[in-house]
Ligand binder design. Structure first.
Ligand code: FES
Ligand code: FES
Length: 152
């Protein structure tokens, strides 16, 4: 299959049953995309496919053939963190970091559609993500702060 990930073209064989999450991690070495439940529940595997947030554990790699993907590795601009990453760092929202890549990718998509969300809307978006460190409050603070500085 041929796919563009974070602006780079890849041409890799993908067996029919290979999940997109496994393709990204094991074939392309992009291990920032985390796999928790593999059932579409926890959100840690969230990436962007043609600009929309998707659960990569619910897609086959073959379904992404010909698309443009963005993973958490594509958020920072060189050494410059994405404003959402910066906000997570400033608000102590990183914790163990396992769920963070999926939340970041979902939040980027969320803010693109709703640049001035209320805290309740941020919390609703976050309800689609399970964080085992359970510190949701700083994550809401970080996303709200990023919205204030116009992060997308
Ligand atoms: S690993 Fe995909 S939603 Fe949990
Ligand atoms: S930060 Fe640890 S699971 Fe969410």
């Amino acid at each position: 299959m041929a796919v563009t990930v974070n602006g780079r073209r890849y041409r890799e064989p993908a067996p029919d049953r290979l999940l997109l999450s496994d393709f990204l991690r094991h074939r392309l070495g992009l291990t920032g995309t985390h796999v928790g439940c593999e059932h579409g529940v926890c959100g840690s595997c969230t990436v962007h496919l043609d600009g929309a947030a998707v659960r990569s554990c619910l897609l086959l790699a073959a379904q992404a053939d010909g698309t443009e993907l963005r993973t958490v590795e594509g958020l920072a601009d060189g050494d410059r963190l994405h404003p959402l990453q910066e906000a997570f760092r400033e608000h102590f929202a990183l914790q163990c970091g396992f769920c963070t890549p999926g939340i970041l990718m979902a939040a980027v998509d969320f803010l693109a559609h709703n640049p001035t969300p209320t805290r309740r809307e941020v919390a609703e978006m976050l309800s689609g993500h399970l964080c085992r460190c359970t510190g949701y409050a700083p994550i809401i603070d970080a996303i709200a702060a990023a919205a204030e500085v116009g992060a997308e």
